[in-house]
Ligand binder design. Structure first.
Ligand code: WTA
Length: 649
């Protein structure tokens, strides 16, 4: 059985379908199944209708200009994302409603109403402007999950600067690569953030990262204080707290942005070593994310929305910041680890703030399962009415556990498939309409057209698998890869002209439901985070003792996939635990702790074909303990046995 089908086999162990309850359906924002057909009949008209939920300073004159692979949405329209997320709510009945509920790991917390958030964003925009940041400049944001993070993003948006958030778990080298590629002028960071009861230092990494770059200032938030001991560089560093206190309390005028002006860059891993600067623009992104809140997440004014992602990833951008705030919701953000001080922290937060909608990753659910239901049962979760998952295929077992222990068998689950590049959920149930099947993200949302195709781009019959594609442009799609339009073209539109290729394999069932099988390229999905095998390999071979390396993703009970590295050392280098430890650390230093290989296997040789191609599929079979069939295509079949033995050790 080919690997993909085997995977599917395990996916299909739960065959039940779950239909929305009458009670949920009756109150749902969207409960007329006709919406699918209506949107499919005229997607542009559908999106134009949705665009009415965004406030435009100047109306657009054309819905879509599609010059594949380049799309422009709401052509000629002017708007401001921060105005849409904050100011327009301040002017109306939501003025004193909680916009952001923030919970710090040590137990400190803050509630900012829309009016308060607006004042903070205005002050921060004045501050950035006084530091010389102008419309179109790039600002790198390397912050822990503290209120200054969304405030920074909104302040950039308010004045028209382009933010690029770098996840705090990335190393100084990764940060530097992104700063250089984006040519950022300013870096916003903090001394450290709290994670698992310990300070996670950021400022020291930022210092290393900015050396020799175009960065003029490093704006530093004091989060941890004494225990973090960040060095200060008087020529370059400025203190957030000192500066913000000096800003005028007058509103900062929202810059009139063109619909296609860039809102943000977010770097993501690809098949080659260099991360790609996924570029999102203003109008289409805002329409897409706002629509997603109302349709997929059935958002109501009284909802309290808790997305457990980090704002360092796209899920946090869309479903902590821009989505919920544009819709005028209350968004909850938590700084730290889910098991600090104990394993019930998320449930404590749900109970404390009356969270209604809880959005997390399958890897977290598998962790909760391992910890056991007793942590959940300590809390009253009655406020929860809708659950969501994202980041990787969810195994039916985890789906059922989520349904039973968190959703109490009444809250619908929306399994949302999407990517950094797509901006918001593309394949997901509408909770008041769509029957769900555990393990399937179900169907494309209204206004989105997807298909599963074979090598020639032909639609596969129900019951078959192939490549997932998105066949029509959509508002929140990436517009390019920053500074590399050629790569944008080749990566996403190179196979089938005008058709977007996400890089995921999928299967279509009898009901035309989509089952995502995972990446088809050399990208590993570790706990829902994308890591390119090429990035890890180049980190390893940068070490003077390494001759060659091959990195693969093997299936992992909790993480979904784990990184396994096979390394051959240069002649004369002593192998042993010492070097293994050192090499793992090289990866941590070069990329970040999220890319630390789970196993690193030293081997005299890597399995290669006679034309000297490394056989990754075979390495995956070895790492997953599968039988190795025919090895006659190998240059040296004995390599397999020695690798199997090495892996067992
Ligand atoms: C995977 C995260 C199955 C997929 C929003 C995609 C999923 C990659 C799902 C994007 C899902 C995301 N079911 N697989 N519900 N959601 N993926 O850019 O392989 O960090 O291509 O965006 O995650 O990861 P990214």
């Amino acid at each position: 059985m080919p690997e993909e089908e085997k995977h599917l086999d395990t996916l299909l162990t739960e065959n039940r379908t779950f239909t929305p309850s009458e009670a949920f359906k009756a109150r749902a924002n969207v409960n007329d199944p006709n919406i699918y057909e209506r949107a499919a009949a005229d997607p542009e008209a559908y999106w134009a209708e949705e665009a009415k939920n965004i406030t435009w300073f100047r109306p657009y004159n054309k819905i879509l200009k599609w010059d594949p692979p380049h799309a422009e949405w709401f052509v000629g329209g002017k708007l401001n994302a921060a105005y849409n997320c904050v100011d327009r709510h301040r002017e109306g009945s939501r003025k004193n409603k909680a916009a952001l509920i923030w919970e710090g790991e040590p137990g400190d917390s803050q509630v900012l109403t829309y009016d308060m958030l607006g004042r903070e964003v205005d002050k921060a925009a004045h501050m950035l402007s006084n530091l010389g940041v102008k419309k179109g400049d790039r600002v790198a944001v390397y912050l822990p999950m503290i209120p200054e993070l969304p405030i920074s993003l909104l302040a950039c948006a308010k004045l028209g600067a382009i933010h690029t958030v770098v996840f705090g778990g990335f190393s100084s080298k990764s940060l530097q690569e992104r700063i250089v590629d984006a040519d950022a002028k300013l870096v916003i960071t903090a001394d450290a953030g709290w994670r698992g009861g310990k300070p996670l230092p950021l400022k020291a990494n930022a210092d290393e990262a900015v050396a020799g770059t175009s960065v003029e200032h490093v704006l530093v938030v004091d989060r941890v204080g004494e225990q973090a001991k960040a060095e200060k560089n008087p020529d370059r560093d400025v203190s957030w707290h000192e500066l913000i206190a000096k800003q005028p309390s007058t509103p900062f005028p929202a810059e009139e942005m063109d619909t296609e002006d860039v809102l943000y860059l977010l770097y993501t891993s690809g098949t080659t070593g260099k991360p790609k600067g996924v570029t999102h623009t203003t109008g289409g992104y805002m329409v897409g994310v706002n629509n997603s809140m109302r349709t997929v997440f059935d958002l109501k004014d009284e909802d309290v929305f808790f997305c457990t992602a980090d704002i360092g990833w796209v899920t946090g951008h869309t479903y902590i910041v821009y989505g919920p705030l544009s819709a005028g919701a209350t968004t909850v953000m938590y700084e730290g680890a889910p098991n600090y001080p104990d394993r019930d922290r998320f449930w404590d937060i749900v109970e404390k703030y009356g969270v209604t909608t809880f959005y997390t990753a399958p890897t977290s659910i598998r962790t909760f399962m391992k910890w056991g239901p007793e942590y959940v049962e300590k809390h009253n979760l009655d406020s929860l009415r809708l659950l969501g998952t994202v980041g990787e295929p969810i195994n039916p077992e985890a789906w059922m556990w989520f349904h039973k222990y968190i959703g109490k068998e009444k809250a619908p689950i929306v399994d949302t498939w999407w990517q950094t590049e797509t901006g918001c959920a593309m394949i997901a149930p509408l909770p008041g309409i769509t029957a769900t099947k555990p393990g399937s993200a179900t169907k494309p949302v209204p206004g989105i057209s997807v298909d599963v195709v074979d090598h020639d781009g032909h639609s596969v019959e129900p019951g078959n698998g192939g490549s997932l594609v998105i066949t029509k442009p959509w508002p929140s799609m990436l517009r390019t890869i920053w500074g590399d339009d050629e790569r944008f073209r080749n990566t996403y539109f190179g196979d089938f002209p005008g058709i977007y290729l996400p890089g995921d394999g999928a299967h279509k069932d009898e009901d035309n439901y989509v089952w995502i099988l995972g990446r088809m390229d050399d990208v590993i999905n570790v706990s829902g985070h994308r890591i390119g095998t090429a990035e890890v390999e180049s980190a390893l071979v940068s070490h003077s003792s390494v001759a060659e390396s091959a990195v693969i993703g093997r299936s992992h009970e909790v993480k979904g996939q784990a990184i396994t590295a096979f390394v051959t050392l240069k002649e004369g280098v002593t192998s042993g635990d010492e070097i293994i430890k050192e090499l793992k650390q090289v990866v941590v230093n070069q990329i970040g702790a999220i890319a630390r290989p789970e196993e690193l296997v030293l081997t005299n040789e890597l399995p290669k074909t006679r034309s000297a191609k490394i056989m990754r599929r075979l390495l995956r079979d070895i790492a997953e303990g599968r039988d190795i069939g025919n090895t006659t295509t190998l240059a040296d079949p004995s390599v397999v046995e020695s690798l199997q033995a090495a892996f067992k050790r």
